[in-house]
Design a protein around this ligand. Sequence first.
Ligand SMILES: [Mn+2]
Length: 393
Amino acid sequence: MAKTHDIIFQRLDEFKIELPSWGFADTGTRFGKFLQTAAAKTIDEKLADAGQVHKMTGACPTVAVHTLWDFPKGQPLAAVLKSAKKHGVKIGAINPNVFESQQYKWGSLANRSASIRQMAIDHILHSVAIAQAVGSNCISLWFADGTNYPGQADIIERKRAMTEALKAIHAALPAGMSMLVEYKPFEPAFYATDIADWGMAYVLARAAGPNAKVLVDTGHHYQATNIEQIVAWLLDENMLGGFHFNDRKYADDDLTLGSIDPYQIFRIFHEIENYRFRNDAVPALAYMVDQSHNLKPKIEAMIQTVDMAQQLYTKACLVDRKALAMSQASEDLVRSENILKDAFFTDTRPLVAEWRKAHGLPADPLVAHRESGYERRAATKRGKSHKTDHSFI
Ligand SMILES: [Mn+2]
């Protein structure tokens, strides 16, 4: 048991989750927004909120940022770096934005217009330059590109345009920088999204070059899709780059992690730990949160997600893999399934709390955050002027 305890502590030490700057700002649905007085409006406020989550959990040292929303023209990068340092976090993945400008009505990298494609490439290369300047080694790409009606465009022409553009971007990446390619089956395109599933993302990332990998957003699949199987395949092909964590009931709902189906996330972590069991190592994976809850207080929702990720990951680390291998070899499927269930139903809260105490962290980060009075102070300071308008990806 002592050995298991040590291994879990080591795994939790290594388990870092990146927070999205956009998860601290007011967001909404296409029907409207319900504003929160404490929601962050500036990049400094977003980094402060992320810093609070990191202070409570000790698991979130980096923050993913959006080029357009967080680095508007004229925003000095030095000020962002200073602010990150002040709040005890670092800048993580840079997310270019090639879906909001009017020019992208017919797409960005897959647009039939060479000049619009170039405009999108230039913006992404600008994001690469920002990444370099702020010490980030990752750009994370999601495209709204696609068509809404049969016959609207030539699917192969768009595939080739996307491939060529991603190759050009990869060729310009500095050494050590990775490029993550995210997929999504539909929305905003409702007929043929240009990168609709993991197979398309895989083909494009392979074509782009060795530093391009696939990003799995847990909300970007059809209901019956076996996400953990995709994860296992991508890992075994050395093509898994990371995750956007969230949960959903219907489509890309961007709810907090494990709120609907914690067993799904457990099964994903189980496949990652199974890969480690077979190979003695797991490639560096970017674990990132991508949630855009509209009603929960932003910081509480983020702490809830980070805690849930730690609990489910710990459960996956508790799977008795030797016993599972033996059980599988004897075709004992009842026992095999129960080995997973035994780990899943283990109450990991005491163990995770112990890990936190060993690191000088609050045993219960949510309670500690509520007691800190941070939310109340932020609400007072930030007042009621809300003007950010963030999409959800
Ligand atoms: Mn995402």
